[in-house]
Ligand binder design. Structure first.
Ligand code: ZN
Ligand code: ZN
Length: 497
C-alpha cells in the first residue's frame, strides 16, 4: 500500500478547529487533553498516559534499555523496530524482533506470489502492557497460532519493505480494527535468511473455505431440523452480506488513511471471527521498488482494473474494481474467469469490457452495484464509504426480513432487495435442479500475484448495453479462442461442495 499522493496534507482538528499536519481527527493538543481526561497521568513519571495501560515516556525507556540485547542483523530493520517501540502510544503500535526459535512447529499453509506462509505457535505472545508488580512485559495470546510469512529475497532488504510495514502499522494506530490483520513483528528464517512478518493467524482460513464451511453448517442444520424450514440459499445471502460488510469496513479503514491496498484479491481475505484484509502490499518482493521498476508490475490478473493492466497507476478506484471482483466471488462462490486461461488475451478482453459471468441469477440491485464497481471508467466507480453504507443497509434489511421469516410473520419487511432475492432464488432452484453444475478450473487460471507487462492493450470501455442489460455483469461473451484448451483433461475441480 502506498499513500494516495506524495502531497503534504493539511488537517483540521475537529475539536478545536486548529490546522495541523498530523493525519488524525484531532490535533496533538486535543489528543493529549482527551488522554488526560480518559486515562489520567502516569503514577511513575506523572506524564499524560497515551493509551490504554500505556505510558509512552516510561515504556519507551523500558524498550530502550533492551536495545543492546537483540539485533536483526540489519541496521535499517533494527532502527525501524526501535522507532516503533520509542514512538508507540499504545500496544498496537509496536513491532518486536522475534528470534525464530520463539516459534514452535511451523506448518506450511500457503505459497503466495512472493513468499511462503506458515502457521506456528508463538511461545511468548504479544506485549499488552508493563506489569509493574512483576516488573516485566505482560503478554497476551501466549502459545497461540500466528501466521509467519517469509518474503523471498528479502535479505536484500530496502526501505520500501520497511515503509510498507509502517503503513501497516498506521492502520492500527489507535485501535486495532478487526477487519485488517495485525502485524506483531519481524523475524528471520535461520536457513533461507529471508525476513519474516509475524501476523495474526486467521483460524478459519481463506474466504473460499469460510464460505464452504458456512454452506455445510447450514446444510447440517437443515438436515437436523427439517421442520424449521430453513432455506439454504436464503441463509447464504445473510452470510454474504455479513462478509461483504466486513470486507468493505476493512477497506474503509485503509482508504480512510489515504492508502491504496493495490493487491486486493480473495487470497488476501482471511477469516478469523470475521473476514479481514491482509497483505498490505507486502505480497511482492521486499526489494521491489515501483518507481525504479516502472515496467515490472505484479498482481492477480483477474482482479486488476483495466487501467492497471495497461500499466496505469494504482488508485483507490482500482482497489474498488478489485473489491467488485471480490463481491462477485462471494456471491457466485466461483473464482473469476475460472474456465479460461489468464493471459494477454484475457487482458485484452477485460479492456474491451469482458467481466466474470454468474451461472446463477443475481438480483438486479446487486448486479447494478457490481457493474458500477467494475465500470471501465474509474471515475464512475462508487467509493468505499458508499459501498460500506450500502452493505450495512442490506445487512440490516436482510436481518429484519430473516427474523420475521423465522417467526413466520408476514410481508411487512419486504424491501426491493428482499423481493428481488426471493424472485431470483425461485429461478435458481430450478437452475440447480436442471444442471449438474460441475465447474472445472482451467489449468492456466492463476490466482496468485504474477508479474505482468501487457503491451498495446486497447482503451478500456464498457459494452454499449452495460447499464441496460441486467442478464449478467457484462453482455460480452468469452471469445471462442480463449475457451479453447488442448489439455482439457487436466482440468481440476475447484468447488468443494
Ligand atoms: Zn485540537
Ligand atoms: Zn510514565
Amino acid at each position: 500500500m502506498y499513500p494516495l499522493d506524495g502531497k503534504e496534507l493539511i488537517y483540521e482538528c475537529i475539536r478545536c478547529k486548529q490546522i495541523s499536519d498530523t493525519e488524525s481527527k484531532y490535533c496533538e493538543n486535543c489528543i493529549s487533553k482527551n488522554n488526560e481526561e480518559r486515562y489520567g497521568r502516569c503514577k511513575e513519571c506523572n506524564e499524560i498516559i497515551t493509551g490504554k495501560n500505556w505510558c509512552q515516556t516510561c515504556n519507551s525507556k523500558r524498550f530502550q534499555q533492551n536495545f543492546d540485547k537483540w539485533t536483526s542483523g540489519n541496521d535499517d530493520i533494527d532502527k525501524f523496530i526501535q522507532n516503533t517501540q520509542l514512538s508507540a502510544k499504545n500496544c498496537c503500535q509496536i513491532l518486536e524482533w522475534i528470534p525464530y526459535n520463539r516459534f514452535n512447529k511451523p506448518v506450511f499453509i500457503a505459497e503466495g506470489g512472493f513468499g511462503k506462509v506458515h502457521k506456528a505457535t508463538w511461545k511468548d505472545g504479544y506485549i499488552s502492557h508493563w506489569d509493574t508488580g512483576k516488573n516485566q512485559w505482560s503478554r497476551l495470546n501466549k502459545s497461540k497460532l500466528v501466521a509467519i510469512k517469509s518474503l523471498s529475497k528479502s535479505q536484500n532488504i530496502t526501505m520500501e519493505f520497511i515503509n510498507e510495514i509502517t503503513i501497516h502499522l498506521k492502520i492500527h494506530r489507535v485501535k486495532s480494527p478487526l477487519q485488517v490483520i495485525r502485524c506483531y513483528g519481524i523475524s528471520l528464517h535461520p536457513e533461507t535468511k529471508n525476513y519474516i512478518m509475524v501476523m495474526n493467524y486467521a483460524e478459519k482460513g481463506n474466504l473460499q473455505n469460510y464460505l464452504n464451511k458456512k454452506r455445510k453448517k447450514i446444510k447440517y442444520k437443515i438436515g437436523k431440523w427439517p421442520q424449521v424450514n430453513l432455506d439454504l440459499n436464503l441463509q447464504m445471502w445473510k452470510s454474504r452480506f455479513d462478509i461483504l460488510f466486513s470486507i468493505s469496513s476493512g477497506l474503509l479503514k485503509i482508504h480512510g488513511k489515504r492508502l491504496i491496498h493495490r493487491d486486493l484479491h480473495i487470497g488476501n481475505i482471511v477469516c478469523d471471527s470475521i473476514p479481514c484484509i491482509t497483505d498490505m502490499g507486502l505480497c511482492k518482493p521486499a526489494n521491489y521498488n515501483e518507481l525504479e521498476n516502472k515496467e515490472e508490475m505484479y498482481g492477480v490478473v483477474s482482479y486488476l482494473a483495466p487501467e492497471i493492466l495497461r500499466g496505469g497507476c494504482y488508485t483507490q478506484a482500482s482497489d474498488i474494481y478489485s473489491f467488485g471482483i471480490i463481491i462477485y466471488v462471494v456471491i457466485s462462490e466461483s473464482p473469476p474467469y475460472y474456465n479460461i486461461a489468464h493471459n494477454g488475451f484475457l487482458a485484452v478482453n477485460i479492456c474491451e469490457g469482458l467481466r466474470p459471468e454468474f451461472d446463477i441469477k443475481v438480483p438486479q440491485i446487486i448486479l447494478h452495484l457490481i457493474k458500477r464497481c467494475l465500470d471501465a471508467d474509474p471515475l464512475k466507480r462508487p467509493d468505499i464509504k458508499e459501498l460500506t453504507r450500502t452493505f450495512r443497509r442490506w445487512q440490516e434489511e436482510y436481518n429484519k426480513y430473516y427474523k420475521k421469516n423465522e417467526e413466520n410473520q408476514e410481508e411487512s419487511t419486504r424491501t426491493e432487495l428482499i423481493e428481488q432475492i426471493e424472485e431470483v432464488e425461485k429461478i435458481n432452484k430450478s437452475l440447480l435442479n436442471n444442471s449438474s453444475m460441475i465447474n472445472k478450473k482451467h489449468p492456466e487460471a492463476i490466482y496468485k500475484s504474477i508479474p505482468f507487462n501487457y503491451k498495446n492493450l486497447p482503451e478500456p470501455k464498457n459494452p454499449d448495453d452495460y447499464y441496460k442489460s441486467y442478464e449478467n455483469i457484462s453482455s460480452k461473451k468469452y471469445p471462442e479462442y480463449v475457451l479453447k484448451s488442448d489439455n482439457s483433461d487436466d482440468y481440476e475441480s475447484f468447488r468443494i461442495d
